[in-house]
Design a protein around this ligand. Sequence first.
Ligand code: GLC
Ligand code: CA
Length: 564
Amino acid sequence: MVYLISDANWWRQAVIYQIYPRSFADANGDGIGDLKGITSRVPYLKALGVDAVWMSPFYPSALKDGGYDVADYRDIDPKIGTLEDFDEMSAALKAAGIKVMVDIVPNHSSDDHEWFQAALKAGKGSAERERYIFRDGLGPNKDQAPTDWICTFGGPAWSPSGVDDGQWYFHWFDSSQPDFNWEHPDVKADFLKTLRFWGDRGVSGFRIDVAHGLTKDMKEPLPDWKELSDMTTRKLTSGNAGLDHPLYDRDEVHDIYRSWRKLFNQYNPPLMAVAEAWVAPDRKGLYASSDGLGQAFSFDILLCNFDADEYRECIDRSLEASKESKSSTTWVLSNHDVMRHASRFGLPNVPNANLPVSQIALNQFLLDKFQVQKVDIESGLKRARAATLMILALPGSTYIYQGEELGLQEVVEINEEERQDPIFRRTEGKDVGRDGCRVPIPWVANERNFGYGLGKPAHLPQPDWMAQYAVDVEEKDSNSTLSTYRRAIQLRKKLQTSEDLEWVDNSNKDVLHFRRPNGWEILVNTGRAEVDMPASSKVLISSSGSTLEGNKVPGETTVWFQGA
Ligand code: GLC
Ligand code: CA
């Protein structure tokens, strides 16, 4: 049976490319990537063959958290462009057959947002303060935070209002990111307005930041930090629907998403949305349901070691979960919050049970290892390419993070004063943060700033070794990571029809073998020794180069072939 992906379902098996706008391409040479830079690189995206781009925030922002501190949800940061530039970029992408998704950050705004500024000005007890979470401090002088909670980025989760009225505001992230009070009708109405604004501007969907956060129960008595962090771990690992966590994965959050879904369905095709939800597997489906956001990120594959058993278990679990919610699953190996996977795979495996549960904790865990362990760059890149060919062959949508298609490594050579991630500052340098995967990407080896921009140096320093990963270098090499991504994405388009997958038994514990419709077969060798190809099979692509010697699959390699 040939299954046609109807327009309304375009996202179910799409390849989506994440652009971190300030680090993609700098058209006016001020060192900061901009929308015109993206427009100039549309031919590159077209050649890569992606179905859509997801743009990390481009809104006006003081960049205290890389743009996830939004001062105005319905405008463009003047440092990187205008709404006209956005329209021009969208038109160029559309002409290339590429859809646009934008990032919505509803859990918190920037402290520069006009509502937060108005709240500070209007003072204690005012209607303006109701849109955020303000509480009186403790102690006779109200100079102690209302609770002892630690925020996600380290340091206290409350900051004084700064206007000497004994009040503190809650921020689950940086102090520049005050959390909204989602019980407030203005907040609900304003986000519907924002979603409509971008929907009417022609975007096809949204990535929803911290989707499990929004609704909170801040009634006294609030648990202390120890109790709260125990609850968080339980929530993340075992779901625990009955657990009344004040900040996390509360059932009421789905009322919001149901109201958003009604709006999404007024568009033709309906707008899609993918939730960034750090919740237990049994709670994911609520976010991915068709009367909710529709899809939820799964980071499970990112948490796996390069190991056939772990992959098989994770693939089965993810496909099962998406079947239940009637959504499609997502596959992610890299994004702007974690160490680049080419470097991650160059580190020794760890017992899975020891992996941290949240993405930010994971990144720190990996970076700590990165400092003390020797990274095997060659094996890391081989494994990264093999893992990518594996996920590109799985049912569901694949999210690619800019630069991974070049096999880029994590950048560690960033001096303290150049670091931008608030995590670095808030932990007094104990955690280096996420800047290493956000360094602007190399386009041309022999140009200034590797062709990222021809003016000032990039806003995060680009080390010399980046030259070997530049687009112009990799384009000339038919076995480069870029050429492999391009070929694989083109092939996937031709081969992918239904969302079925069938396992083929193999006695080698380092081998995964599965079959997709139309005789498309995939063999993943996670071991270091070579293994035999099944007899009479025609190789379509291999992650380690175009030809395979003597019908053998090398170690740390994925091959796609046409079965007999
Ligand atoms: C999400 C984003 C991350 C950001 C945080 C706060 O986890 O992916 O980059 O720092 O939310 O908005
Ligand atoms: Ca610029």
